[in-house]
Design a protein around this ligand. Structure first.
Ligand code: GCO
Length: 255
């Protein structure tokens, strides 16, 4: 007898940084799997436009414009959702930035900016979500890590440190919250065709390196991540906890 389902009907999913890129693709897929969506960003015009596009596909969408690095802004955003009776069942900590520069040229402000956006935000938003999931005895937290959660390359030190931290924060969330019915897992995207990687895909040498280094011999597409997100958001993953699933064409599996 099937005891699991990939159906997210009746669940509400908050996806941070979801007005475009991977976050938008993940939110859209969770919506088509049945979830009601809360999409997030700081650019209210872009957020409204993205919400309209998702609603045009018949999805239930609410926008929540808050800065994931600002604790007060996050606390207020959750209080607003509480007041509207919106319970976040699924949290996807996706918000992130990239900054490519040799470490010896990096300023402390630049370091903090990447760490705050890519790692600390997952703690701040995750903590607010867990404070509400724990009493309900149920919740799904999906942290977006990276191939760089386990591997490094030159010029992206703060991103790499943050994404390595995302892997271990996911395990820390499991250590503290699994007993309360919360499953916290991570997804590690490989080299995907996203706006953030535009500078890389348009660089012939880097493009050739990715294709040679990746067993699948190609860049990934954002829509190739969403099945893993649906799995981790659904009851099909109720006994999966503290894991990172690399969606990277095999790059992390080979030298
Ligand atoms: C880089 C890229 C990577 C990608 C890749 C791994 O500069 O190497 O930005 O870090 O983000 O998708 O997640």
């Amino acid at each position: 007898m099937q005891s699991y389902s990939f159906d997210l009907t009746g669940r509400t999913a908050l996806v941070t940084g979801s007005s475009r890129g991977l976050g938008y693709a993940i939110a859209r897929a969770l919506g088509h799997a049945g979830a009601s969506l809360v999409i997030n960003g700081t650019n209210t015009a872009r957020l409204a436009e993205s919400a309209e596009g998702l609603r045009a596909e018949g999805l239930s969408v609410r926008t929540a414009a808050f800065d994931v690095t600002d604790e007060k802004s996050v606390v207020e955003a959750f209080a607003t959702l509480d007041a509207e009776g919106l319970k976040v069942d699924i949290l996807v900590n996706n918000a992130g930035i990239q900054l490519r520069k040799p470490m010896i040229e990096l300023s402390l402000d630049e370091w903090h900016s990447v760490i705050d956006t890519n790692l600390t935000s997952a703690f701040i938003v995750g903590r607010e979500a867990a404070r509400r999931m724990i009493p309900r005895g149920r919740g799904k937290i999906i942290n977006i890590g990276s191939l760089m959660s386990g591997l490094a390359r030159p010029t992206i030190a703060p991103y790499t440190a943050a994404k390595g931290g995302i892997k271990m924060l996911t395990q820390a969330m499991t250590a503290e919250w699994a007993e309360n019915g919360i499953q916290a897992n991570a997804i590690g995207p490989g080299y995907m065709l996203t706006d953030m990687n535009q500078a890389l895909t348009s660089n012939p040498q880097f493009d050739a390196w990715v294709k040679a280094r990746t067993p699948s011999r190609r860049w990934g597409k954002p829509e190739e991540l969403v099945g893993t997100a649906i799995f981790l958001a659904s009851s099909a993953s109720d006994y999966v906890n503290g894991q990172i699933i690399y969606v990277d064409g095999g790059m992390s599996a080979v030298i």
